[in-house]
Design a protein around this ligand. Structure first.
Ligand code: SF4
Length: 158
């Protein structure tokens, strides 16, 4: 049986990739991946683009990804990372993102205006793959949303 590949924000799988060396293991995500039909493809954009662990946390200001304390601007590094990484993800059937992350959030927040936006990796992913279904770990807790996501998983080209 060919498995459907699902991209996952790595911290949701329990990988210690957060800025403080922690994780955000999510049991609903883990349970979903026990299903033989699916294969996890972990992605942590912040680590994979070289920010390291531990690292300064980042936030979105004026649509740039910047360090909370130093204001170091990671936007160009993230943009370069995205253009390469997205080419590796063409076989994905869906993606489960970490909620509210300035990198991975389907919905994140502009710190300067409090307006809603998307994390810079999630935004690039959704723009590059508009037909691949996405969900975040909070939406995944809702049975109906989870079933809809599973039903919409892309089954062609896999
Ligand atoms: Fe998790 Fe994404 Fe932040 Fe990495 S960048 S720690 S995967 S939310």
């Amino acid at each position: 049986m060919v498995k459907l590949k699902i991209g996952i924000s790595s911290c949701l799988l329990g990988q210690p990739v957060r800025y403080n060396g922690g994780h955000k293991r999510n049991q609903t995500v883990i349970d979903l991946l026990l299903d033989d039909r699916f294969e996890a493809v972990p992605v942590c954009p912040e680590v994979e683009m070289g920010m390291g662990i531990p690292r300064e946390p980042v936030q979105i200001v004026a649509d740039h990804l910047v360090g909370v304390e130093t204001q170091k601007d990671w936007t160009d590094v993230m943009t370069d990372f995205n253009s390469g990484k997205l080419k590796e993800l063409t076989s994905l059937s869906g993606f489960i993102f970490k909620t509210r992350s300035p990198s991975c959030g389907i919905q994140a927040v502009h710190q300067d205006t409090s307006e809603t936006t998307s994390g810079l990796f999630a935004r690039a992913f959704m723009k590059h793959f508009p037909h691949i279904p996405v969900i975040d770990e909070e939406q995944l807790q809702d049975n109906q949303s989870r079933e809809n996501f599973i039903a919409r998983l892309r089954r062609e080209e896999v």
